[in-house]
Design a protein around this ligand. Sequence first.
Ligand SMILES: Cc1ncc(COP(=O)(O)O)c(C=O)c1O
Length: 480
Amino acid sequence: MDADGFKDFAKEMTDYIANYLENIRDRRVLPTVEPGYMKPLLPSEAPQAPEKWEDIMSDIERVIMPGVTHWHSPRFHAYFPTAQSYPAIVADMLSGAIACIGFTWMASPACTELEVLMLDWLGKMLELPNEFLASSGGKGGGVIQGTASEATLVALLGAKAKKIRQVKEEHPDMTDNDIIAKLVAYASCQAHSSVERAGLLGGVKFRLLDVDSKYKLRGDTLAEAIRQDREKGLIPFYAVATLGTTCSCAFDKLDELGPVCNREDVWIHVDAAYAGSAFICPEFRYLLKGIETADSFNFNPHKWMLVNFDCSTMWLKDPTYVINAFNVDPLYLKHDQQGSAPDYRHWQIPLGRRFRALKLWFVLRLYGVENLQKYIRNHVTQAHEFEAHVKSDSRFEIVAEVILGLVCFRLKGSNDINEMLLKRINGAGYIHLVPSKINDTYFLRLAICSRFSESQDIDNSWREIKLRADELLEEQSVTK
Ligand SMILES: Cc1ncc(COP(=O)(O)O)c(C=O)c1O
C-alpha cells in the first residue's frame, strides 16, 4: 500500500468509525452468532495475491460486526466500562505510525519522557501525595502498565524482593526458598480475581479476608490475620486494598489498612482499577482517604477516563524494589544515559512497550480536566437515576450502596428468580447485564458504561428490565 492508498483507506475507515459509533444505539447490543460462525465466511487460507482495501471495508459488516458485542452502546451495562474516545483513537494511529518500542529512554526518548510527564499530570489531577510524583524530585514516579492485573503482580513482586532482602539482612542463614515459603499476602474476599492470581503467579500464599456488612475490608481484620500468621512463623509482606470492588463497587478502609501495613512493614498496594477515574473530581476524593500510607497505587484510565485500552496507570513511592526485582541487564540494552531517566523495561513484566502516553496526552488536552470531570459526574448521576427507578418499584431491592456508576439490584425473592430474570434480559438482547453474588445472594449489576449514555437511555434500560420482570412474574403466577 502506498501513501495515497493509505490516505484513502484511512479516510474511509474514519468515516466508518464515526458512523459506527454515532449510530451504535441502533445495533443489537449482544450478537446472536454461534461459536464457529466466522469459519464459513472466510477462505481457509491467506490470499496469494494482494486484495484491495475496499474488499476489507465491505467485509467488516459481513464478517466482523455480526460477532461484535457493542461495548460502547448505551445499552451495554455489563462488567465495568471500557473507555473509548476520538482523541484516543487518533493517538493510537500516531503510536502505530511511530511504532517504537520504548523499553529504555534511549530506545525512544519521547516515549519515556511523555509518560513521566503524563503520569505527573494525572497524579496531580487526583491530588496524589507528592511522593508518588516524579516532579517531587524524590524516588517516586508513575508508569503505564497494560492492565491492573499486571500492576498488582508488579507490586507484589517488588514487595516480595523487598521482604526477601530485609529478612536476609536479619537472618543471613535463610535461603530465598526458606523465606518465600513463609511469605503471606492479604486482600479482601471481594478483591478482583487478578489479585489472587498475582499470588499464584508470584508463588506466594494469599489470604482473602472477610469484609464488613458494607463489603469493606477493615483494619482490625487485617491486623488480626497478620497477628495469627506471625504466630505461625509466617512472614506477612503484601496487602491489596481495593477501592471500588468489581462485585459491588465497595471501598476497603484504606485509612485503617494503611496504618496497619505501615506498622507491620507490609507493602500496601491500592487497586482502584475502575473507581480511580472518579478521583479527578474533588467530591469523590474522600474515597481515597489514607492514600498517603500506600506504597503503590493503580487505576485504569482505560476503564472510565476516555483513554482506549490499554492504559493502566501505576505510581510507586519507591520504584527501586520493582526495578531491582526485574533487573537483568544485557549489553545490547545498555545506554550512555542510564540512570538519568527511567528505563521502563525495569518497571514492568514484558520488555516491549508501545507509545501509550500519547493517548493520555491527547485525551487530557482535548477534553481538559473540566470535561473529564463532567463525564464522570454525568455517569454517576445516571446511576442514581437508575437507582431511583429500582427504588420506585417495590418488587426490587438495591443490594449495595450506589457510590459511583454501578447499581447492584435484584428482585426480592430467590436467587433462581433473579437468574431467570437475567437470562430473559440478556436473551432479548436489547440490553446487556452481568450478575454477581455476595454471601450466596445473587444479584444483577447495571454499570453505566457508554460515553453516549443519556438519561433517556437509562429510562429505556429500566423499562426493558421491568418488562422482562413483568413477563417472568406473570408466568410464575400462572404456573403456581
Ligand atoms: C477492582 C478491579 N481490579 C482489577 C481489575 C482487572 O483489570 P485489568 O483488566 O486492567 O487487569 C478489574 C476489572 O474490572 C477490577 O474491577
